[in-house]
Design a protein around this ligand. Structure first.
Ligand SMILES: Nc1ncnc2c1ncn2[C@@H]1O[C@H](COP(=O)(O)OP(=O)(O)OP(=O)(O)O)[C@@H](O)[C@H]1O
Ligand SMILES: [Mg+2]
Length: 439
């Protein structure tokens, strides 16, 4: 594989010989006579750095530390003079990938380069895959229930429409139902996707600091931060600003925000020149804003260009097994465990539980399940009082049917075949025993 490699050595002859050797192996090589120069180098970052240890000015160890501070994942190989083993130990501690004692064999150096690059490539591929997995898993709104499908459709319909007119969005929903997930999806599916998504938690906003955080300030305006800083509004320019838990916003800030949203300009504190502001605001709230005393109706109308309500698990109950299995699998992979089985009867039991914390709670349970820490009692508690024969037969029948459905993952036709029953009879019995098939 070809790589971009930086080589640092104060000995010009050695440097040029080394550069020749490494570029002859097909790599893109840049040589530096001085460590500072290498640190200040512009252009794309290298895949690997090779540096001499003893150099005037910044030596190899200091250089190594500086490189690792800038780019912790960038591998560094050190070249040490004869008898510098003590330093080599320091170098390994400071994060060097390898070191070679001079004089070294050219073929050996090339082998070390190959090995280092290979290990690095494997590591970054792994990190990339984990990133993709995490991204995909944590950003998708799962579910095939009518409620979830309608919700996703609405997001897809709303996401692209604020190009000419700004349509802000209010997302209302119970705790853990995916309000933030929806806000991010609105951003991702919009033409603003390449611009920033900025999240601001209004509940965590100290009233005294709210203005500076939202609007920013110019240099010299605030004694404790003399440099000046952009506020959250400005940071979201071109993109989306999520006002999380907007129902907690203090009235004074509501008034200021209203003005800004009407005029679409922002002034940093201490500044009189307004800056244009192109943002979409997505506000989330647990309490419907229209019913909230203390929330300015004019701000509510301004924000609620469109409204979305996140479905609860009560409405999307049939999605419980799917979401559970998804997060259980994800957690298992993260911990290097085999994909967990979620038997049909466990799925049914999950559906019967109340999930007051909604998907967040379900997700936490799934993660615990993947680690073997979540136990679920699948059968309803049985009465210990003596039962009639008919009741015991019925119990037995219900258990048998549940077991067969389980074996066929809820497929009623196959279960009916196995039980030797017409499908309609099975459906009747399932209804009577409160068993459902949509595992
Ligand atoms: N439909 C869904 N599919 C998959 N994951 C979901 C879904 N809804 C929510 N989640 C997951 O549940 C967790 C909680 O979601 P999120 O933080 O968006 O909820 P929230 O409504 O903002 O909660 P809170 O009210 O506590 O702020 C997140 O990990 C999110 O990825
Ligand atoms: Mg939230």
């Amino acid at each position: 594989m070809t790589a971009t490699i930086h080589i640092v050595d104060d000995d010009a002859d050695h440097l040029s010989a080394l550069c020749d050797l490494v570029s002859a192996a097909g790599h893109e090589v840049t040589g530096f006579g001085d460590a500072r120069q290498a640190l200040d180098a512009t252009g794309p970052p290298p895949d690997l750095v090779i540096t001499d240890l003893r150099m005037p000015g910044m030596d190899g160890i200091a250089f190594l530390k500086a490189v690792k501070a800038q780019a912790p994942g960038l591998p560094v190989i050190l070249l040490t003079g004869h008898g510098d083993v003590g330093h080599a130990v320091d170098a390994m501690r400071a994060g060097a990938e390898d070191f070679l004692e001079k004089p070294y064999d050219g073929a050996h150096l090339l082998a070390v380069i190959r090995r280092t690059l290979g290990a690095e490539a494997a590591r970054s591929e792994l990190a990339r895959l984990q990133g993709v997995l995490a991204e995909r898993s944590d950003s998708r709104i799962l579910g095939t229930s009518r409620a979830m499908r309608a919700f996703r459709d609405r997001i897809s319909a709303l996401a692209p429409v604020d190009i000419d007119i700004d349509i802000d969005v209010v997302i209302t929903g119970e705790t853990g139902t995916g309000k933030e997930l929806a806000a991010r999806a609105l951003h991702r599916e919009s033409p603003r996707a390449d611009a920033p998504f900025v999240a601001l938690n209004c509940a965590a906003l100290p009233e005294a600091m709210a203005e500076t955080i939202l609007f920013g300030h110019v240099a010299g305006a605030l004694p404790h931060d003399p440099e000046g800083r952009a506020g959250k509004l400005e940071a979201a320019h071109g993109g989306t600003l999520m006002l999380d838990e907007v129902e907690t916003m203090p009235p004074a800030i509501q008034a200021k925000l209203l003005r800004i949203l009407q005029e679409r300009i922002v002034e940093r504190i201490g500044e009189t020149r307004p800056r244009p502001l192109d943002i979409r605001v997505v506000a989330t709230t647990k309490t419907p804003l229209s019913r909230l005393e203390g929330f300015r109706p004019d701000l509510y109308f301004r924000l609620a260009g469109s409204e979305l309500v996140t479905p609860t698990l009560r409405e999307a109950g049939e999605d419980i097994p799917l979401i559970f299995a998804h997060y259980a699998q994800l957690a298992a992979r993260r911990y290097g465990r085999p994909d967990p089985e979620v038997p049909w009867r466990v799925q049914q039991a999950l559906k019967r539980l109340a999930w007051p914390g909604n998907v967040r709670e379900l997700k936490a349970a799934a993660e615990a399940y993947a680690l073997g820490l979540f136990e679920i009692e699948p059968s309803a508690p049985r009465a210990s009082v003596p039962q009639s024969l008919a009741q015991r037969v019925a119990d037995f029948e219900a258990r048998e049917i549940a077991a067969v459905l389980d074996a066929h993952r809820g497929n009623t036709q196959r279960a009916a075949d196995t039980l030797g029953l017409p499908r309609r009879t099975l459906n009747d019995k399932m209804r009577r025993y409160g068993l459902s098939s949509d595992g």
